[in-house]
Design a protein around this ligand. Structure first.
Ligand code: OSB
Ligand code: MG
Length: 369
């Protein structure tokens, strides 16, 4: 892939609604749009997902920039890349920093697909033309507000509702939700807010017939999760703990979960995400595509990945309009009856809204290869 130039744009966008997890609240999102340009002027786009502070994982917007500028682009300059999968080897000398790697890899995958004049989902081997989506609801100021919010999304057709929980905002709240919406698939995401000391409390959630509980224990754990899964009927879904194919194989071996939330950024890119998908398929582990409050480019990458067959559960890739007044792609991602129609145009399948991209950009750097 003859990459001539990289552009790194830092963007700042305001979320329509503040998003609260067990760690705090996000209202302003800062991230990078990466662009890989070839000799003929084809343009591939990627999006970074690290937040400004390291509450979800250890990466931040600043570390992403540092990794890309000072290490990752150099590795691309020094190595020949025939296929985006080659980046798995090329980036290996740099430990961790998966979100930084993924931000560049995504742009190269899009460029690769556009050069072949095929949709990204097809380049990945996906086949679905439509994907099911759910919604992730942040911690709300009151149970009443939560019930209203759920009601709105259920009416909109979202296929499952994810509720953020933390100690003090869990069993009672979920029981209330279940009693109001007995037939809606409900799940809970703890973002690592519990420990094994809470095992009796967590076991009570089994009464509620939840679709799953996501990442109840430590962000870097698969051992305690295996103990908890053995003590609970509710399927455990791992998010934060899974960074690679190896982590996935170990979690399967330890029976730490029954479901995995795959986030492209967390695992270092689409190539690794696909490998994780494949091993989950072989082992009967259901997967779904998680979200990181992405703008349109990240959303488009999530949609392409979700067309792979083992994405059997609705993901978090909801409509652009729920997050942003104006997104950076045209058309924006729309959801009808809980379904997204996968675009059939080359690459990520959405046009870049150049004006919006420019308006939200606060810094831009160009790297010549
Ligand atoms: O744990 O899945 C998570 C948002 C930010 C960071 C972590 C998570 C989330 C979400 C929302 O649950 C997903 C989305 O709507 O993009
Ligand atoms: Mg999660």
């Amino acid at each position: 892939i003859p990459i001539k130039q990289f552009k790194l744009r830092r963007l700042r966008m305001m979320l329509n609604n503040p998003f609260t997890t067990s760690f705090g609240t996000i209202q302003e999102k800062e991230f990078f749009v990466t662009e890989a340009i070839d000799e003929e002027g084809n343009r591939g786009f990627g999006e970074s997902v690290a937040f400004t502070s390291p509450w979800y994982n250890e990466e931040t917007v600043q570390t992403t920039q540092h990794m890309i500028k000072d290490f990752l682009i150099k590795l691309i300059q020094e190595n020949k890349i025939s296929h985006p999968d080659d980046l798995l080897e090329v980036f290996k000398p740099i430990r961790g920093n998966n979100m930084a790697k993924s931000a560049l890899e995504g742009a190269i995958w899009d460029l690769y697909a556009k050069r072949l004049n095929i949709p990204l989902y097809e380049a990945l081997g996906g086949t679905k033309k439509e994907i099911d989506v759910g919604i992730s609801i942040g911690i709300q100021p009151s149970v009443e507000k939560l019930l209203q919010t759920i009601n709105y999304y259920v009416k909109e057709g979202y296929k499952r509702i994810k509720i953020k929980i933390k100690p003090g905002w869990d069993y009672e709240v979920l029981r209330e939700v279940k009693s109001h919406f007995p037939t809606v698939p409900i799940m809970a995401d703890a973002n690592s807010a519990y420990t094994l000391k809470d095992i009796d409390h967590l076991q009570k959630l089994d009464e509620l017939d939840l679709l799953m509980i996501e990442q109840p224990l430590a962000h870097d754990d698969i051992v305690d999760h295996s103990k908890l899964q053995a003590a609970m009927h509710t399927p455990i879904c791992l998010d934060e703990s899974i960074h690679s194919l190896e982590d996935t194989q170990k979690a399967i071996q330890l029976q730490s979960c029954k479901i995995i939330n795959i986030k492209i950024g967390r695992v270092g890119g689409l190539s690794e995400a696909k490998r994780i998908h494949d091993v989950c398929k072989q082992n009967g582990i259901d997967v779904w595509c998680g979200g990181m409050l992405e703008a349109g480019i990240g959303r488009a990458h999530n949609i392409a990945l979700t067309t792979l067959p083992q994405f059997v559960l609705p993901g978090d890739t909801a409509a652009s309009a729920l997050y942003w007044k104006k997104d950076i792609i045209k058309p924006e991602v729309v959801v009808e009856n809980g379904v997204i129609s996968v675009p059939d145009r080359p690459g990520i399948g959405y046009e870049i809204d150049e004006q919006a991209l420019e308006n939200f950009t606060v810094e831009e750097e160009v790297f010549h290869l």
